[in-house]
Design a binder for this molecule. Structure first.
Ligand SMILES: CC(C)(COP(=O)(O)OP(=O)(O)OC[C@H]1O[C@@H](n2cnc3c(N)ncnc32)[C@H](O)[C@@H]1OP(=O)(O)O)[C@@H](O)C(=O)NCCC(=O)NCCS
Length: 147
């Protein structure tokens, strides 16, 4: 597998499609709800995980959160590939880029079901945060990056 930024228009389409299918469609959210203005920020980094077949198995993004911090958002692995190390690869890639960009810390708002994944990869719960779509509790989590 390879983790890198989307390059072709087909890869960008597959990138947003997977984000929609995993994080929006199961809650009957409209197409387009998977995109945010920060996607277009030049400081934002997008990552996708490509399998040898060119299938996109996972996606994630890193944006600036100010004050020397990066924020990871929209981590999504295709259901068929979950539990095979793809989330770990994506997170590792985004953390490496965050270190190169000089961020000292990563923050994120994790869905309750994903909290054990982030704990496994070194993140700590800071506080409960918002509830998405009236039903998905989130937790603010953070991890300091080695400089
Ligand atoms: C959460 C998600 C991104 C994790 O990606 P993944 O590819 O399934 O996870 P990995 O296989 O890379 O797991 C890495 C480690 O975390 C552990 N882990 C992953 N999900 C876990 C869970 N729900 N509970 C406990 N441990 C978990 C794995 O066992 C693995 O640890 P190990 O090396 O000791 O076996 C992915 O499952 C997903 O997209 N879920 C649905 C959408 C979602 O919740 N996204 C996050 C929004 S905040």
């Amino acid at each position: 597998m390879a983790v890198r930024s989307p390059q072709t228009s087909a890869e960008w389409s597959a990138y947003y499609q997977l984000r929609y299918e995993v994080l929006r469609q199961p809650w009957q959210q409209p197409v387009g709800s998977e995109r945010v203005p920060e996607d277009e920020d030049p400081a934002t980094v997008h990552a996708l995980c490509l399998m040898p077949t060119d299938a996109v198995a996972g996606v994630g993004m890193l944006q600036s959160a100010g004050q020397g911090r990066g924020q990871i958002r929209f981590m999504a692995v295709a259901p068929a590939w979950q539990g095979h190390g793809i989330g770990r690869e994506l997170l590792g890639y985004l953390e490496e880029v965050a270190t190169q960009l000089g961020y000292a810390e990563i923050v994120l708002h994790a869905r309750q079901a994903a909290v054990p994944f982030y704990v496994r990869l070194g993140y700590a719960i800071v506080a409960p945060s918002h509830t998405l779509f009236g039903s998905i509790p989130h937790f603010l989590m953070s991890k300091e990056l080695a400089q």
